[in-house]
Write a protein that binds this ligand. Structure first.
Ligand code: ATP
Length: 452
């Protein structure tokens, strides 16, 4: 089961502190959201899981964390200044603006008028002033994708790690796009996070690697709890490909508002590395490399034995953190009938994604012995380093269970008066609601088994 509609997820996120509208007290800013106390945990867990699978569990990927502000030349030579646009249409009636490809039956989505302008390109990049003089002479872009900073650091990474092809560079970070019509909650926003891998390969091996990465990425999403039946692969038609891509497969997910892109896996060829590389005479560079590039560094990989240089091809799996968040939340959401007209909402998140791993609850709020035992259990479990363990001193067990079901806490541990006698707690499972007594000494092993 998933959520019935986006409203259910939006309501849960607000009610339980996953996501808030940015600057809501001033009326909010369109297309921007903040992650609350539980949201930040789930989001971090998703990113950690990606990093683990991309960097730690492989032996051919390095990490990077680069600047958001980007030299204008980088985005000039990458082709973004010229082509990173969406078609914009104005409604002459109500003056609203829409993306041409979001318009149905030739009608304005706001007022229904058919009196629309012809589409014209609108560049999605945000610009900002750099330094103390604000006369437009010195500006930077807020990066529209994390990828370019990986490309411009290619030589630094090779020089410091001695990597040879094939190898990849992984990065998680913010990207900014001035979307014409941000919508569908955190699905299309103006500030978001990407988890991107740029995987550099020998030209000629690129198609095989591309196929492999599509498979690996689908497998990873399944491990995050996304059912295969809710994913679909779409081969992007040639005429819709980005300016740098030879082939792109989009991993689509059945979001509450419809089937849409969760991640794109692109074969970026040698477009970017070639474009950023000067001194072409040293290289066997394709005609598409811009002759007038201002970059001063050769971005190529050297075979030190044969002294040949290769401009590698790049395979790029690029996933949105926010869209991933929405997908795992939707996938985990369900309501269950408990009989007697009662219902519960459960987030059956994979335990590695749960914002709270376990909650330790004293049966009575102000009982000194129960509270101190619960606090001791909390800190000993916290020391295992498996994520957030909550000391929940609300004093109402039934309500605590409901709340933890709704935010996806896999296990609740209740400290009652018997605990003081037998050194055991009641462990309650989120999904089955089954309860069992577990000795305090066995708790680390018990919790590890559930979480790992
Ligand atoms: P779309 O066609 O939906 O605008 P895109 O094809 O432009 O997306 P990419 O450039 O491939 O997106 O970016 C890689 C990933 O970054 C996407 O798969 C998506 O998960 C995420 N992403 C892109 N734009 C946004 C956005 N405005 N809000 C949230 N996530 C985004």
């Amino acid at each position: 089961m998933t959520a019935n509609n986006m409203e259910e997820l939006v309501a849960l996120c607000k009610r339980r502190g996953f996501i808030f509208q940015t600057n809501e007290i001033y009326g909010g800013l369109q297309g921007l959201y903040d992650y609350g106390p539980l949201g930040v945990e789930l989001k971090n867990n998703l990113k950690t899981s990606w990093w683990s699978s991309m960097v730690y569990e492989r032996d051919d990927v390095e990490g990077l964390d680069s600047s958001i502000l980007t030299h204008p030349d980088v985005l000039k030579y990458s082709g973004h200044e010229e082509t990173f646009t969406d078609p914009l249409v104005d409604c002459k009636e109500c003056k609203s603006r829409s993306r041409a490809d979001h318009i149905e039956d030739g009608k304005c989505p706001s007022c229904g008028s058919k009196d629309l302008t012809e589409p014209r390109p609108f560049n999605l990049m945000f610009k900002t002033n750099i330094g103390p003089i604000d006369d437009g002479s010195s500006f930077a872009y807020l990066r529209p994708e994390t990828a370019q900073q990986i490309f411009t650091n290619l030589k630094n990474v090779i020089d410091t790690t001695s990597r040879t092809l094939p190898f990849g560079v992984a990065q998680i970070g913010k990207a900014f796009r001035n979307e014409i019509t941000p919508r569908n909650f955190i699905f299309r926003v103006r500030e978001f996070e990407q988890m991107e891998l740029e995987f550099f390969v020998e030209p000629g091996t690129d198609e095989e690697w591309h196929d492999q990465w599509v498979k690996d990425r689908v497998n990873w999403w399944e491990k995050q709890g996304i059912k295969k039946k809710n994913l679909e692969l779409v081969d992007i038609p040639k005429e819709d490909l980005s300016h740098y891509s030879k082939k792109t497969v989009d991993i689509m997910y059945r979001f509450p508002h419809g089937l849409e892109e969760l991640e794109g896996v692109a074969n970026r060829t040698d477009f970017d590395i070639g474009s950023h590389t000067k001194n072409q005479k040293d290289f066997d560079i394709k005609a598409k490399v811009k002759q007038n590039s201002d970059s001063v560094i050769k971005l190529a990989v050297q075979d030190k034995i044969n002294n040949t240089w290769t401009i590698p091809y790049v395979i790029e799996p690029s996933a949105g953190v926010d869209r991933g968040f929405l997908a795992v939340l939707n996938e985990a959401y369900k309501t269950e009938d408990l009989g007697d007209g009662k219902q519960r909402t459960v987030l059956s998140l994979k335990p590695h994604l749960s914002p709270i791993k376990a909650s330790v609850i004293p049966l009575k709020r102000n009982n000194k012995d129960l509270v101190s035992t619960a606090l001791k259990i909390k800190s000993s479990l916290q020391a295992l380093g498996m994520g957030r363990i909550l000391f929940d001193n609300s004093g109402n067990i039934g309500k605590s269970y409901r709340r933890h079901d709704e935010v996806g806490t896999p296990i609740c541990l209740t400290v009652d008066f018997e605990t003081l006698e037998d050194q055991k707690v009641t462990a309650r499972d989120r999904d089955t609601m089954a309860q069992e007594r577990v000795s305090i000494l066995d708790l680390p092993k018990y919790i590890k088994k559930i979480l790992l």
